[in-house]
Ligand binder design. Structure first.
Ligand SMILES: *[C@@H]1O[C@H](CO)[C@@H](O)[C@H](O)[C@H]1NC(C)=O
Ligand SMILES: *[C@@H]1O[C@H](CO)[C@@H](O)[C@H](O)[C@H]1NC(C)=O
Ligand SMILES: *[C@@H]1O[C@H](CO)[C@@H](O)[C@H](O)[C@H]1NC(C)=O
Length: 207
């Protein structure tokens, strides 16, 4: 129950911030030599945008997907979904690392023994946990070559989105802690991470 209501608060916050995140993604993408958009990226993103959860009030759009993938110039070279998802996971891991760096920075300026200090410490552990889980998903995507039949014959395609979904718990835990301390910048970064998690889930669901 607690998680359910927390999730709905989170999703209502998404609507307000979606626009600014998209703008941020676009401006940083155009920073270092504009990566090109390929038909493959557009098609993969179109398919991904059809994999949104039915109850998600702020679904991933094809445009958001493309602008996020453009953050990494390797996306233009991707010829199959495996490479594209690997890149999307890398982008997400980079966003988590950046967000975590700023949590760590704030922790250094926070007095010991305070509730803020504890929330930040938990959040760092949550972000680390997200990266550990994403590393497992990344290994899965590298090893996945389609299932041929037998029960022990590699992984089911549904296992990949299920792996990505596991980051939801630490993500929401960190978000709740940051929400309580009203740390605007850290919350904005946390929000961007959340959108990227959803994108990874949708892309992984297209395999
Ligand atoms: C997108 O979905 C269509 C229809 O299922 C499929 O034929 C196509 O290969 C998919 N494209 C990508 C890039 O995943
Ligand atoms: C991608 O960008 C990096 C620097 O960000 C650059 O070193 C590399 O050559 C670029 N690769 C392509 C294929 O454009
Ligand atoms: C805060 O606690 C840590 C761990 O106990 C300690 O190493 C550090 O010196 C303390 N910092 C301050 C400013 O008291």
């Amino acid at each position: 129950m607690a998680t359910m209501s927390a999730t709905s608060i989170f999703f209502s916050a998404i609507a307000i911030m979606l626009l600014s995140t998209t703008i941020a993604a676009e401006s940083s993408a155009s920073g270092g030599g504009k990566p090109k958009v390929t038909n493959f990226m557009v098609e993969a993103c179109k398919n991904a945008s059809m994999k949104n959860k039915i109850y998600d009030p702020n679904p991933i759009t094809q445009e958001f997907c493309v602008s996020t993938l453009m953050l990494d110039n390797r996306s233009a070279e991707a010829k199959d979904l495996h490479s594209l998802i690997h890149i999307a996971i890398d982008i997400l891991k980079g966003q988590v690392a950046a967000a975590n760096g700023n949590v760590k920075q704030m922790l250094q300026d926070t007095k010991n023994g305070t509730a803020t200090m504890r929330a930040l410490s938990y959040c760092m552990v949550d972000y680390d946990r997200m990266v550990s889980i994403l590393n497992i998903c990344d290994t899965m995507i590298k090893e996945y070559h389609g299932r041929k039949g037998g029960a022990n014959d590699g992984l089911l395609s549904s296992e990949l989105p299920a792996c990505v979904e596991r980051v939801d718990k630490p993500f929401i835990d960190c978000w709740l802690g940051l929400l309580a301390m009203e740390a605007k910048k850290l919350l904005d970064e946390n929000f961007a991470v959340g959108m990227s998690v959803t994108l990874n889930f949708c892309l992984a669901s297209t395999i």
